[in-house]
Design a protein around this ligand. Structure first.
Ligand code: F6R
Length: 616
């Protein structure tokens, strides 16, 4: 939700800011802007509704805006629709102070009324302009003092970048509940929402914590606490390859990330298997603790929530522990039954999702131990959880998650084995079979990727359908949820995922001639039951695309020859049942991708979405 960047150094700032914003566009892309200071032009603010390229054209790739210090912003609108005026940076009424912001100022109405009563005139509908105006209201020649006063008055979440034309040799950064990092370059320094924006210039970074305020000069950075006392913070080295955050010849990040899944799963799994055992170095659960657990909660949003649904089936089956899967936005407000005998697992690619973060805080408050499964190192959720397991998927840029989802599934499998082992519920042969299967997943995913043209063909048959159903039972249902979300979010085709047995309790009335039903039939135990549901929809005119395992495909093809219960079959390699979701999701991702491509959608930046949802 909004990306911010700041640069102070010796080079022209605007091209650096634009380049950084291009890496942050996944965070929001309905408008963009820069504020650059130069002695001749003062504070020059250029901003525009639309994609970054609109802004880039306006400033001739940065060449028409001069100065070696500045801020940039790419927006996902919250307060005020996307427009030139509502775009950031926002400036105070004299034009002296400019602010970029990621987050929400919850008490902005009250503050706005207060400022209006003091004669301040507003031009935008945003909460952020209130901050710019307040900074000026409190400004008495010391911008840092004014920042401290404003921070004390505002409620909500923020990552701010601030520049004041009276002291253009510095930028100010401040954060609370929205990500913000500092980057230390040679003769220059940066602030940014995410390391990808500055990776070209430095790998030496520092993750700001809530309440931190930083003053960045060209050759020096000072970090203060809320009382403006200087504090020391450790630097971290980022070892991601720059290429990981670039398209590398692919047309879309999403496709690149789909293709990177074998690596993401391998990198996540391999280092955690030693001498035939799962070793989770960063997790400190004892056998006693696990044996006394009454319940496990998995709390997350969107695709990460779908990972939780898969894990519920596997953990309950193999660890014999009741698992509740909760949407983070609901968990927070449902007075959950959580205490010290509950383990709350939060799953988040970004580690910054506001609902998930706050659900985790609520779980902690209630006395539960929290374990986070996170992709972004140093993110808030990773820092605050009691235990962390990182998914080593590398940076994920496309808004629709693919490789991070697969890495999350792999972590949940590792966690299942780990818990099953501690609880003593997993017989050794099954443990070994799953572990062996997990290690084979990367090459099996590669095998599925090599069959992508088949899926492209099926997409070409169905891309015009207005409505698609994904049906499955048990783990197949769980994976259907993700397949359905992928399709709707990037191709704007309406789709539903249904537990196959539930369809006849109402929803089957929506099935008519030509409705596409994707029948997920990988789960052997329930294959026959699922096929009965397939016949039910087929009888009502549906076109059925079945997804099953290679060995069941043979069976299905034989049946298809006589009675045609399905129209087409996609298959995945055979694997241990609990690992099949990791394989089944891949054709579904590809199917959505190709459908979206054929429909001419903006695949990496679907409408109305942003990657990191840092607002409630
Ligand atoms: C869908 C998608 C979202 C995220 C959700 C949670 O493709 O990416 O549904 O899964 O916004 O985000 P994280 O995992 O960052 O907490």
């Amino acid at each position: 939700m909004c990306g911010i960047i700041g640069y102070i150094g010796e080079e022209e700032a605007a091209p650096i800011l634009l380049d950084g914003l291009s890496k942050l566009e996944y965070r929001g892309y309905d408008s963009a802007g820069v504020a650059v200071y130069s002695k001749d032009q003062g504070l020059n603010v250029v901003k525009a509704k639309g994609r970054l390229e609109v802004l880039s054209r306006l400033v001739d790739g940065g060449k028409s805006v001069h100065g070696t210090v500045g801020l940039g912003h790419t927006r996902w609108a919250t307060h005020g629709q996307p427009s030139d005026i509502n775009s950031h940076p926002h400036v105070s009424h004299s034009g002296k102070i400019a602010v970029v912001h990621n987050g929400i100022i919850e008490n902005y109405v009250k503050l706005k009324q207060f400022l209006i009563s003091k004669g301040v005139a507003f031009v935008s509908e945003t909460d952020t302009e209130v901050v710019a105006q307040m900074l000026e209201y409190y400004y008495e020649g010391d911008i840092l003092a004014s920042v401290a006063k404003v921070l004390a008055r505002i409620e909500g979440s923020y990552a701010f970048g601030i520049i004041c034309s009276d002291c253009p040799n510095q930028l100010i950064a401040a954060r609370k509940d929205s990500p913000l990092i500092l980057g230390f370059g040679k003769d220059c320094n940066f602030l940014a929402s995410d390391v990808t924006a500055i990776l070209k210039h430095t790998r030496d970074v520092c993750y700001l914590a809530d309440g931190d305020i930083a003053v960045l000069k060209q050759d020096q950075v000072t970090i203060y606490n809320v009382d403006l006392e200087p504090i020391e913070k450790p630097h971290s080295h980022v070892d991601w390859e720059i290429s990981a955050a670039e398209k590398g010849g692919y047309e879309h990040f999403m496709f690149k990330e789909i293709m990177e899944q074998p690596k993401a799963v391998r990198d996540t799994v391999s280092p955690r298997i030693r001498d035939g055992k799962v070793v989770l170095d960063s997790v400190n659960l004892t056998a006693d603790y696990v044996q006394n657990l009454k319940r496990l909660y998995i709390v997350a949003c969107g695709s990460s929530y779908h990972v939780g649904i898969v894990a519920k089936y596997t953990i309950e089956r193999l660890v014999r522990l009741p698992v509740e899967v909760a949407l983070a936005s609901e968990f927070r407000y449902c007075n959950p039954l959580v205490d010290e005998n509950t383990l709350v697992v939060v799953v988040s690619q970004s580690g910054e999702t506001a609902d998930t973060r706050d659900a985790m805080r609520e779980a902690k408050r209630l006395g539960a131990r929290t374990l986070a499964v996170v992709n972004v190192v140093g993110s808030t959720i990773a820092k605050e959880a009691d235990d962390v397991i990182y998914t080593w998927a590398g940076p994920e840029i496309a808004v629709a998650t693919t490789k991070a989802y697969s890495a999350q599934l792999a972590v949940m499998d590792l966690l299942t084995l780990y818990l099953g082992d501690l609880k003593g519920t997993l017989p050794a042969p099954e443990y070994d079979a799953i572990l062996g299967g997990l290690q084979k997943l990367p090459e099996q995913i590669e095998e599925i990727l090599s069959r992508k043209e088949d899926i492209q063909y099926y997409a070409s048959l169905y891309f015009n359908n207005q409505s698609v159903f994904f049906i499955g039972r048990n783990l197949d249902y769980a994976i259907g949820l993700e397949g359905s979300l992928k399709l709707k979010e990037i191709s704007y085709v309406h789709s539903e995922a249904y537990a196959a047995g539930e369809l006849k309790h109402g929803t089957i009335s929506l099935i008519e001639n030509g409705t596409l039903v994707v029948a997920l039939a990988t789960y052997g135990t329930l294959f026959d039951k699922l096929m009965s549901n397939v016949v039910e929809v087929k009888t009502r005119g549906a076109s059925v695309l079945a997804l099953t395992t290679d060995s069941r495909r043979v069976q299905l093809e034989k049946e298809t020859a006589n009675i045609r219960p399905v129209d087409h079959i996609i298959s995945i390699p055979d694997a241990h049942e609990i690992l099949l979701p990791s394989l089944a999701v891949v054709p579904l991702q590809l199917f959505s991708y190709y459908v979206a491509l054929l429909r001419g959608c903006d695949i990496d930046k679907p409408r109305n979405l942003a990657k990191s949802v840092t607002v409630e």
